[in-house]
Design a protein around this ligand. Structure first.
Ligand SMILES: [Ca+2]
Length: 521
């Protein structure tokens, strides 16, 4: 009824009512190219899409977008947006589904491409900032709330269909709708479609490449938490290590002591003392060097603290099978360890995985985790719905589609070695040549989870992905910037793995030109 009413109103008022803001953008809109008018946007409400209700299709005039009440993100940062057609959808692929999605389409200057943006953690919010970023670059773009509201997994118990929506279906369905809506508005389908996401969005990226190889021609997976079943065990085991008893707890201040010791051991090893450990895999750091010589003091760790710290860097191994479940964290990450391992509970993403999807008890005590038993349970309950562990990317790459993975070496949430391991597995499965033609991995020294950290963490992966897929220009180094007070304080190349940025021996260590990408011998 809603759709009928909206269309009738549109016909009645000549399509000029669907404008948010105080300007009428339809009057003088040129008809050439990919320029469309307000009436065309509003007519989208009459589109018939499977299991879908278009709840709204309205033009938002340039600079008029306001973050909806209750939405995730900051209210600032939308004033520079161009005029766009904002389409809101409700998708119900199952009787228990309630997927809310939005598609944003520029009224003029569409670049002919579509970009789906991802969600982190258990995120159930439309990603407005990411939509805005894509729109600014001329993309038709879409985001979904993944089928639930809020940022916990508390929706999952008793709702297996909603968990499927979260795991993979909401992104896929929204992608299909996004392409169809763009085709209807511009009278031409997007010539290329890309996915961009970090953290949980990296997981979604892997899921898409593995499960729906036809959805995208290019995918960017940042700090991907692709194996949530295993990663959650590792994160909870890390929290267990520092919460074993009061003596094992490591404070933020003590983590700073540990960080300095890691730098003392490994910073200069890469040829440049710059506060960054270029390749932590070559860093043999023993937390035992911080052991107090006598009584506990501010500048040292007690024996129980040293033992707890060692567990944070160690891989989690199944004590029954002897197999590694998930890698540990890397030296150089210590300043952010306090966010997870010194907090009262483990990282919410992992805690929720166990509370709501594995154990089914919101009062579950993470100290009771048994690594073997609960890893088996975690895999069994996941069933490949949330974890994206397949390395068969042949259907994806055989279409000429590209995958760029990046990961901060100082990621405190998703152990960065998991991305290296996945990349190495791809080489085994697909062969080196195919991987070189289709996949790039960039490891960022000193970068935290998706952003921040001690190293340069601001960089653009979309341009190299686009140039690779559209123009055949294979990506090489990517220049990353470090920012402070809104200014660039340092630039550094990120190199295609296994190459590393090595200091040439002269020139400013804060300038990317002073480095060369090469493989360490
Ligand atoms: Ca260094």
């Amino acid at each position: 009824m809603k759709i009928v009413a909206a269309v009738a109103l549109g016909i009645l008022l000549g399509g000029l009512v669907c404008v948010i803001g105080n300007a009428d953008v339809s009057a003088d809109a040129p008809a050439a190219g990919h320029t469309v008018d307000a009436a065309a946007c509003m007519r989208l409400t009459s589109l018939r899409l499977p299991n879908t209700t278009i709840t709204s299709a309205q033009v938002v005039v340039a600079g008029a977008f306001k973050l909806p009440a209750g939405a995730s993100g900051t209210a600032e940062g939308f004033a520079d947006l161009p005029a766009f057609c904002r389409v809101e959808l409700s998708i119900k692929p199952s009787s228990d589904s309630d997927i809310k999605s939005e598609i944003w389409l520029p009224l003029s200057g569409w670049n002919g491409k579509f970009q789906m943006v991802g969600n982190g953690g258990w995120n159930g919010f439309i990603q407005y900032a990411a939509l805005a970023a894509a729109l600014r670059r001329g993309y038709a773009t879409a985001s979904t709330d993944t089928g639930h509201a809020g940022d916990t997994a508390s929706f999952a118990p008793g709702h297996p269909e909603k968990l499927i929506d979260f795991g993979y279906r909401a992104v896929h369905e929204t992608t299909l709708r996004g392409k169809t809506v763009a085709a209807a508005l511009y009278s031409a389908p997007p010539r290329l479609s890309y996915f961009t996401g970090c953290s949980g969005g990296g997981r979604q990226a892997f899921m898409e490449a593995q499960r729906y190889p036809d959805d995208f021609e290019g995918i960017i997976a940042g700090d991907p938490g692709w194996d949530r079943a295993a990663e959650s065990v590792q994160l909870i085991a890390a929290a267990q290590a520092t919460h074993k008893d009061a003596a094992s707890f490591i404070s933020k201040e003590k983590f700073a002591v540990l960080h300095q010791a890691a730098l003392d051991a490994c910073d200069a090893q890469d040829g440049l003392k710059d506060g960054l450990i270029n390749n932590p895999l070559r860093c043999k750091f023993d937390p035992g060097v911080t052991l107090c010589k006598g009584a506990d003091a501010a500048n040292c760790l007690t024996r129980p603290q040293v033992e707890a710290a060692k567990k944070l860097y160690a891989p989690i191994v199944d004590p029954q099978t002897g197999k590694e479940i998930f890698p540990g964290f890397e030296p150089g990450t210590e300043l952010r360890f306090a966010n997870n391992t010194a907090a009262p509970r483990p990282l919410g993403m992992a805690d929720d995985t166990f509370k709501y999807t594995v154990i089914g008890d919101p009062n579950w005590d993470f100290r009771t985790l048994d690594i073997h038993r609960d890893f088996v349970r975690s895999r069994e309950t996941d069933k490949g719905i949330v974890s994206a562990t397949s390395t068969n990317l042949k259907p994806y790459v055989s279409r000429g589609s590209k995958l760029i993975i990046y990961h901060g070496w100082a990621d405190q949430n998703v152990a960065p070695l998991s991305s290296v391991n996945y990349y190495n597995e791809l080489i085994k499965v697909l062969g080196k040549k195919t991987v070189e033609d289709s996949v790039r991995l960039y490891m960022a020294p000193g970068m935290g989870h998706c952003a921040g950290g001690e190293g340069p963490s601001v960089f653009d992966t979309l341009t190299p992905l686009d140039e690779w897929r559209e123009k055949g220009i294979a990506p090489k180094e990517i220049i990353a910037s470090q920012m402070a007070g809104g200014k660039v304080t340092r630039t550094r190349p990120l190199c295609p793995y296994p190459q590393e940025a090595q200091y040439k021996g002269n020139g400013s260590p804060d300038h990317a030109e002073s480095f060369v990408c090469r493989r360490d011998q």
